[in-house]
Write a protein that binds this ligand. Structure first.
Ligand SMILES: C[S@@+](CC[C@H](N)C(=O)[O-])C[C@H]1O[C@@H](n2cnc3c(N)ncnc32)[C@H](O)[C@@H]1O
Length: 213
């Protein structure tokens, strides 16, 4: 398949299945307007994540890497009314903006934004485990540590999903700490005795594991 055809098909799927409403468009606009990097999930990735959360019947989940709340809104909308998402963000500026967006989306009762580094905050959440899913989209060097937390704190049948599993091809040239982190994460996930897993070729690659033991 040519790159041109691949892009056309990606656009086709996006236009058919991953439509944004006013609030999601607003969050993307505000992300840029506030000078944050526009590195939220692509629409097709966000739609896939939304469906995965629904398909595993999730009620309670954890996200690492909130940015301005774009993916958190897609996730929260897949949860039942009683569902809860805890999302962890290292930057106070990002966390504050995400809270305003989540409030505006009418999801403040469902979503809690915690400020801090993922590997510092996650141990405090273990007391309330097991969780139904974990979405990883933060610092790449910590991906292996996030996977260890998922293995210990997801229920059997729970999902771990991680964005940037291709790291723009950096997994083939792991001469940076980020590339090494993602490559190590992918290897750990593939070999992990507690997960059945793959990488879906959408966006920058979404790694997916179902906890089986
Ligand atoms: C790719 S963005 C997240 C995008 C978001 N999931 C979305 O799709 O809307 C990564 C975010 O992770 C945050 N981050 C970086 N290191 C972190 C850490 N150690 N713990 C938690 N968040 C971190 C960054 O500040 C940034 O906001």
């Amino acid at each position: 398949m040519t790159q041109e055809l691949a892009q056309r098909l990606n656009q086709y799927v996006q236009d058919l299945f991953a439509r944004e409403d006013e609030i999601l468009r607003y969050v993307r606009q505000q992300t840029e307007a506030h000078g944050l990097p526009v590195i939220n999930l692509q629409r097709n990735e966000a739609r896939l994540l939304h469906l995965l959360v629904k398909m595993c019947g999730a009620r309670r989940g954890v996200e690492v890497g909130t940015l301005a709340g774009y993916s958190a809104i897609w996730i929260a909308r897949a949860l039942p009314a009683s569902g809860r998402l805890i999302t962890i963000e290292y930057s106070r500026k990002h966390a504050d903006l995400a809270r305003t967006h989540i409030e505006r989306a009418g999801l403040a009762d469902k979503v809690t934004v915690l400020h801090g580094a993922g590997l510092d905050v996650l141990p405090k959440l273990a007391a309330d485990s097991p969780y139904d899913f974990m979405f990883i989209d933060a610092d790449k060097v910590s991906y292996p540590g996030y996977l260890e937390w998922a293995a210990a704190n997801l229920r059997v049948g729970g999902l771990v999903v991680a964005d940037n599993a291709f790291w723009g091809g950096g997994i083939f040239q792991p001469d940076t700490a980020d590339g090494r982190g993602v490559a190590q994460f992918n290897q750990m996930l593939a070999d992990h005795p507690q997960f059945e897993s793959t990488i879906i070729e959408v966006g920058d690659g979404m790694a997916l594991g179902v906890k089986s033991d």
